[in-house]
Design a protein around this ligand. Sequence first.
Ligand code: BTN
Length: 239
Amino acid sequence: MYTIKTFESLSSTNQYVKDNYVSLPHKSVIVAKHQTAGRGRFNRLWQDEEGLNLLASILIKEDNFSYPVGQCSLAVALAVSKALDSYTRNLIKWPNDILIHNRKVAGILLEAISSNSLHAVIIGIGINVNQTLFPEELKSKTTSLAIETGHLLPLEPTLESIITHFEVEYEALKRGAFAIGEYEARLTTIGQQVTYQGTSYIAKGVNPEGALILEGLHKRIAITSGEVEHVSLYKTSQS
Ligand code: BTN
């Protein structure tokens, strides 16, 4: 049972959950209509125009996590990607960016908390739904569901669909049955030339733990974190 709580404005839904995770129930979903200090991966800002986008954090609390947290991140990406299928075709950029026509429409920020007895994962999901204007530096890399579909969309059904899909993936994770193949089938990173830490590789696939396998001139590596850049990513959208 997911409990949804909506706020007009928060600094960050992830931060709110972090501050209150002890008292919040398992499967709490904290939603904000606006964030004043939304966070992205790698300490980047996640900006939004008030009331236009979906900004939510799901709290997962467990005594014992029986699955790799890395897989959880992929499971969330798969759930969001499936939820967005009802609007338009989308793909995943490893590990969990959702792209439409090579532009980012959604991002996911997972934060794990671990104290003596309690473990928690905060799953922050940001989806550009109705925003059509973006800051200059993001314009060529970013899109929204409104831009892609040509019309405004209500936020609640999208959230409900994400929760429904997440629940399926989460249950599969707990059974050790996460369908990594389904994730991989949506992964646009595979087969691409990418750069990782300044070196060029070809992305070959993901291993069962969700690590991305990269093949370089002289070595093959499996990475579990960090950022890969698709060398060709923004060429298509600009040409
Ligand atoms: C990324 O792609 O860098 C991840 C972006 C995650 C943004 C969401 S919006 C809701 C939640 N609260 C935050 O402060 N961040 C996440």
